[in-house]
Design a protein around this ligand. Structure first.
Ligand code: SF4
Ligand code: SF4
Length: 306
């Protein structure tokens, strides 16, 4: 396992090594105003979209197929379609299964950070080498505009109250990831009129925390989300924001806004064969013993979860 062969963290090898996301985490513990996880579209590449949700054992069946068909996969990641730590049992079981069967593979996670901290010791023991936390603001008033609810310890909190806990937990988790020597990336969505003038502050704080890389992602409008009518930031604005942020922390420029089931080289679409296989794996009855996953509909999970 060579940590420099992670295509998201090392732009130089992004065309050489690929990653596979195992979509084992359907529920989420917050609602970001830019997120909609209600449908699958094979032509759409963005977080929250997947062709199927898998149980940990179904994910292993899919992974076996992926390794047979796709060469040069260096990383197995979990990135939704909800949040890995709103589904900690499925997430941790999957990581344990993957680590046992493939001791040499790199493991990666992408999370909003709210439920991450209690699992960091175990993640470090498992050899999870890369974690991404999406953090959009280090100011409570700005953050409160970005989320419509935050669920913490069985309480559903308003944005104003919830942002204080979300930010506290995110900062705590990031500091601990660094303490454990885990390579840490922060994703920040550039939201015009909301946080676009605040990203320098985020970069400064992340630099102080010694975060390895900051990925400033231009907002992408999702139909059905609260921010569906927000405009996307012009390229020039994005360039300036990244330049300012780059004074404090290295920048990522090659993010492909991956789906929760993205497989292969960054930016390439999942093949029809992979889509068929992931759907087939999600129907494997002999290991389909999890009553929490009846049929795929994230909005239903989300409502049930609340
Ligand atoms: Fe969507 Fe991720 Fe936000 Fe959850 S944390 S609402 S899955 S973008
Ligand atoms: Fe990890 Fe995100 Fe890259 Fe997936 S897209 S491998 S979760 S950094």
């Amino acid at each position: 396992m060579d940590p420099s062969n992670h295509p998201c963290f090392n732009a130089k090898i992004r065309g050489k090594f690929g990653r596979v996301h195992l979509p084992v985490a359907p529920r989420c513990n917050i609602q970001c105003n830019y997120c909609d996880r209600n449908y699958d579209c094979v032509n759409e590449s963005r977080p929250g979209v997947t062709s199927a949700v898998l149980t940990p054992h179904q994910a292993m069946a899919y992974l076996k197929f992926v390794f047979k068909k796709t060469k040069n996969i260096s990383v197995v990641g979990i990135a939704g379609p909800g949040d890995p730590f709103a589904n900690p049992e499925e997430t941790m079981e999957t990581l344990h299964l993957v680590r046992k069967k493939y001791p040499e593979i790199m493991l990666c996670l992408a999370t909003n950070g709210l439920g991450l901290e209690p699992y960091i010791d175990e993640l470090a023991q498992l050899g999870v080498s890369h974690v991404t936390v999406t953090l959009n603001a280090v100011d409570h008033d700005i953050g409160a505009k970005i989320y419509s609810l935050i669920r913490y310890e069985k309480r559903v909190l308003s944005p104003k109250t919830g942002i204080k806990i979300l930010l506290e937990k995110q900062l705590e988790a990031i500091a601990k990831l660094k303490e454990k020597g885990i390579t840490t990336k922060v994703n920040t969505i550039i939201l015009p009129g909301i946080n676009e003038d605040h990203i320098e502050d985020v970069a400064k704080k992340m630099g102080e925390l010694k975060v390895d890389i900051l990925n400033c992602i231009p907002f992408y409008s999702n139909k059905g989300s609260a921010f569906a009518n927000l405009s996307e930031p012009p390229k020039e604005v994005v360039r300036k924001i990244r330049k300012k942020a780059g004074q404090y922390i290295p920048q990522m420029y090659h993010c492909a806004r991956c789906r929760a089931d993205a497989t292969g080289i960054l930016g390439e679409k999942n093949s029809d064969e992979l889509i068929e296989k992931i759907q087939e794996c999600s129907e494997l009855l002999e290991i389909y013993d999890d009553k929490r996953l009846p049929s795929y509909c994230p909005s239903v999970y989300f409502k049930n979860f609340l």
